[in-house]
Design a protein around this ligand. Structure first.
Ligand code: FAD
Length: 385
């Protein structure tokens, strides 16, 4: 075997407890004031620029980024506390989620200094949002088959093609976009790819929302027709896009959103189920709580590795695979112990949360890399293929 997984045991620092209290108070206040109604899968379905600005004002965006770039220089564990509290409350965090999780770190590492300095402080204040432009109509799991291309022109690049499924692009300022900058060489498929920061308001960009099975528009098809992107908006080296994307996927897959998307459903269900629980109810709740604790322990280990400066792609793949399977299992188990007619009622938050959760959970094993693909990566890492 080539390497083992690392899941270091991580202790929350004392300052995290005070921070958690602060975040909980903020969220309770927002709910009480009608600032938001809790939603399942909130990080990919509940978009509110106003809420994101409030989060930015609190100092909870760009938390781990260096102060010299406009970040807050706090730890990954403190950021973890904020993200898990937001998810547990079903808060409308979608607008800032991608920029805070992966685009910001990418820009800090690879953008030209003047572009970085123009964008990063706006992400931190909750005034600038980013989308991911990796998938295409004929490109998903096999990301190296990207066909949307950028051709060199005077002073920049001309982009043509289509990106698909970009979450939140309709409300974003920029798309961090993987493009082909040299023709595909089938013997070196990962070469000739570059990452660009594309201004989504630029002429030639056309964003069309796609409704999901529940009728909600949260992801998009984005067409680029002769879109001019200045040279300064290339990330890192031309041709170096593949390694950047791999690093970004570790951030995309490693967070608590992979097992807490449906936590709000469990929380609401528990309010109902804890009164006179049957033996089956006790068993189900015991099982799901034990699993959440295990996944949290593993996911916190990844936050610890990120804090050390590691890029834990394999650990992230394993936790994402286990977590997204758990989210499905959780809803199936809850349905068995909740009253039969719960979905037909409209009293309280639970029926709506459960309905949304059931409709959206199948997508969790697809987005960010399918579970089959993740298993393939894990097998390769273990030297099994
Ligand atoms: C809700 C949602 C949000 C998304 N948001 C974004 C976004 O913001 N930006 C973005 O770029 N993309 C986004 N995506 C796209 C997502 O990354 C792709 O759907 C995913 O990578 C799978 O690609 P695909 O849909 O083309 O399926 P395919 O790659 O065509 O896969 C079809 C099936 O074949 C299996 N398969 C494929 N290759 C292998 C293999 N090598 N071994 C075993 N099985 C395999 C897959 O597991 C899957 O079951 C989103 C998707 C969803 C559902």
């Amino acid at each position: 075997m080539s390497s083992r997984f690392r899941f270091p045991h991580v202790q929350m620092p004392p300052e995290a407890t005070a921070l958690r209290k602060e975040v909980r108070e903020f969220l309770a206040e927002e709910i009480a004031n009608g600032g938001f109604v809790p939603m399942a899968d909130c990080w990919a379905s509940a978009m509110s620029a106003e809420f994101s600005r409030k989060v930015g004002q609190r100092g909870w965006l760009g938390m781990t980024w260096d102060k010299k770039y406009g970040g807050h220089g706090r730890t990954f564990l403190e950021r973890y506390v904020v993200t898990e509290e937001m998810l547990a409350a079903g808060a409308p965090v979608m607008a800032h989620w991608v920029a805070d999780r992966q685009s910001g770190p990418q820009l800090i590492k690879n953008a030209k200094p003047e572009i970085r300095d123009a964008i990063i402080p706006r992400i931190v204040s909750g005034d600038c949002f980013c989308a991911i432009g990796m998938s295409e109509p004929n490109t998903g799991s096999d990301l190296a088959s990207v066909a949307t291309k950028a051709e060199k022109v005077e002073g920049g690049w001309k982009v043509n093609g289509t990106k698909l499924w970009s979450t939140g692009a309709h409300g974003c300022d920029y798309m961090i976009t993987l493009l082909r900058t040299s023709p595909l060489d089938t013997s070196a498929r990962h070469q000739g790819l570059s990452q660009f920061i594309i201004d989504l308001k630029a002429p030639g960009v056309d964003i069309r929302g796609i409704a999901d099975i529940g009728g909600q528009v949260h992801f998009n098809e984005t067409n680029f027709e002769d879109v001019f992107v200045p040279d300064d908006y290339v990330l890192g080296e031309v041709g170096g896009g593949w390694n950047m994307v791999v690093g970004e996927l570790a951030l995309e897959r490693s967070g608590p959103e992979r097992f807490l998307s449906t936590f709000i459903v469990l929380q609401e269900a528990m309010r109902l189920l804890v009164n006179n629980p049957t033996e089956q109810t006790k068993e189900v709740l015991g099982q799901v709580v034990a699993k959440i604790k295990t996944l949290r322990r593993m996911s916190l280990g990844i936050a610890g590795l990120l804090q050390e400066g590691a890029s834990p792609e394999m650990e992230a793949a394993l936790v994402k695979d286990m977590s997204t399977n758990f989210e499905r299992e959780l809803l199936e188990k809850l349905r068995k112990v909740l009253p039969q007619n719960i979905l037909a009622t409209s009293e309280g938050l639970l029926p709506g949360l459960l309905r949304d959760g059931i409709l959206r959970v199948p997508s969790s094993t697809l987005r960010g890399g399918t579970n089959e693909v993740l298993k393939g990566m894990i097998a390769r890492q273990l030297g099994m293929r």
